[in-house]
Write a protein that binds this ligand. Structure first.
Ligand SMILES: Nc1nc2c(ncn2[C@@H]2O[C@H](COP(=O)(O)OP(=O)(O)OP(=O)(O)O)[C@@H](O)[C@H]2O)c(=O)[nH]1
Ligand SMILES: [Mg+2]
Length: 361
């Protein structure tokens, strides 16, 4: 799963990328607009895995991972680099849109002032236009095909495309359209920008982070609310410094400043939630591991995440909720208490299930 950091130029995307991945990618200075895309893979912090590793003392401990990609700013729809940027965003599974809230005259800005609501209008228009263009092309192709011979599925598809067109022309995102499972499936190939899971990051100063009454913060939150998007505040400059510390130093720093959770951890867990992901766990002497999985996945499909042989030869899944395991302390005690379940292939895996697959190949 890949999460794209997108937004207007100079909003702090690369700073947030550095904070999330502990990387040291070049942030923007006045002179250089970098066209570079930064990619980084980060492990998803998981206290359950830490705990299981101390119990099983495995040779290897593996956390779930999320891939972040930092995309240069969208400047304007006319330029070539803008369409390249939008294509890069299209290839992501979810978008984190970075909006600048922090003040500072010295940094050039698209409206020459800090105006999160206007930034959001501009970004959403770029996305809407880009999707609309794809839909218009599709409608044109369908019209041609229908002239050559009208088939019922073409009529259905045309009806859907017209519905999406109307939505976008009304300035709304495709994610607001109710789709049947079949329609949803049919649209997957388009990778519409306005259909992707979306998280709004307000990049603010330390003062703004602590003050709810700041006007930029207010305007950002209201604009998100109006559109039904979830907002999150991060002070990228400070968090980038925090993430350059060693984990021990970081813990001391956070404690000293009374910060409950680092921005990096908040960002990663939000990313997980945004993608509707859970983790199932496997344990043993060789490896303790978290496996990311879309919520609602069956046990047999989950087995396929480990190996296609296990999916194919699936017999049963032996499932123990890790909460029960931590309470009882050992697998023997869990079984004695009747808390180990044998589940079939249709069983829907839950977050924190410790699973041992029985299979036959
Ligand atoms: N004061 C302050 N400055 C910041 C903050 N975040 C980023 N900056 C500064 O803003 C400038 C742009 O930051 P970047 O992270 O490079 O922004 P970007 O969105 O990646 O920019 P492009 O890739 O060029 O679109 C840099 O000079 C940063 O140091 C912040 O939270 N506070
Ligand atoms: Mg950048």
């Amino acid at each position: 799963m890949k999460i794209g950091l997108a937004g207007l130029p100079m909003s702090g995307k690369t700073s947030i990328f550095n904070m999330a991945t502990r990387a040291k990618a070049q942030t923007r200075d006045y002179l250089a607009q970098t066209d570079e895309i930064n990619n980084g893979i980060i492990k998803v912090p998981d206290a359950r895995i830490d705990k299981l590793a101390t119990i099983f003392k495995p040779k290897k401990t593996t956390f779930a991972t999320v891939e972040f990609t930092d995309i240069p700013g969208i400047s304007n729809a006319e330029s070539k680099s803008a369409s390249k940027t939008l294509a890069n965003i299209r290839s992501c599974d979810a978008i984190m849109l970075v909006v600048r809230l922090f003040p500072g005259e010295e940094v050039p800005h698209i409206h020459n002032k800090i105006d999160p609501a206007a930034d959001l209008d501009e970004l959403s228009l770029e996305f809407i236009f880009s999707d609309l263009e794809m839909i218009m092309n599709k409608i044109e192709r369908l019209n041609k095909e229908m002239k050559a011979g009208k088939k019922p599925e073409m009529v259905r598809e045309m009806e859907l495309m017209e519905r999406l067109r109307k939505t976008l022309e009304d300035n709304k995102f495709i994610s607001t359209v109710e789709l049947t499972e079949e329609e949803e499936h049919g649209l997957r190939g388009f990778r519409f920008l306005t259909q992707k899971p979306l998280l709004l990051i307000g990049n603010c100063s330390d003062d703004q982070f602590l003050s709810d009454s700041d006007s930029a913060v207010q305007s950002f939150k209201t604009a998100c609310q109006e559109r039904g998007w979830s907002p999150m505040l991060i002070s990228a400059a400070t968090e980038m410094e925090i993430s350059a510390l060693s984990p021990e130093e970081e813990a001391i720093f956070l404690e000293e400043y009374g910060i409950k959770e680092s921005g990096r951890n908040r960002l990663i867990s939000e990313a997980y939630r945004l993608l509707n992901y859970i983790s199932f766990l496997t344990v043993g002497e060789d490896e303790v591991r978290a496996w990311p999985l879309q919520k609602g996945t069956s046990a047999q499909k989950a087995a396929g995440r480990i190996h296609s042989d296990i999916e194919r030869g699936f017999i049963r899944a032996e499932v123990v909720a890790c909460k029960d395991f931590f309470e009882k302390g050992t697998m023997v005690a869990v079984k004695a208490a009747g808390l180990s379940r044998l589940e079939g292939k249709e069983y829907i895996v839950e977050d924190g299930d410790i699973i041992n697959f029985r299979f036959n190949v």
